[in-house]
Write a protein that binds this ligand. Sequence first.
Ligand SMILES: [Zn+2]
Length: 222
Amino acid sequence: MRGSSAARTRCTTSNLKLRLVRYWYKGVALGSVSTNNGLESLHGRIKRFGTLRKRMPVGSFVKEMHRLMEEWSWASESQPFQSVPPRSLSLEVKAFHWSEDPSHMEFFAPQLRMGTYFVPGSCAGLVSYRRYGRCDSKPRRFKTFGQFVVWLKAYYRVFRNVHDILLCTCASSAKMYICKHSVTTEHMKYETDVSQKAKALPIDYHPRRGRPKSVGPALSMD
Ligand SMILES: [Zn+2]
């Protein structure tokens, strides 16, 4: 009797903790940054091109930072920030093959008249679209992190941001600001053509690294 009472108390305490800490899971703030990778990358560049991984006195360090800031500032004039994500051939190939899947098109095509689109993801078979929508409106329905991950990969939302760029909630779009879902949406919504080259390439196409064979060496003597 005493054991079951103690277990009940523990259970109540953990429930109480979960209620108090409502925003305990990673996906609570979708679209916001959840890692400091960007900051680490900037630190890496400072160490590689600025401090050269040496310990420096504060005075020298501040001088070095001032020099770096000035250099980057001038560089931003000659190399402006990209406002449109680059579209590679391999992405076109992926988008084309994704749009060729009848099950994807059956789900996606009826939404073309609307301004927001949902596309099936890798876990679409594990969560019904209805349940996905219910969890979208009330995220606290998740009881475990695993449930959240499956939900996150079940369907993705393609939408336009304030700069009129099509984005998606999938991982690829979060990293590159472009994905096969947004490319397909653009092709289908505005009826733009997919290049013949992209249509002809296999689904696992990956461009080879390095100089293409057809291009000769840059310092050729003839
Ligand atoms: Zn996507």
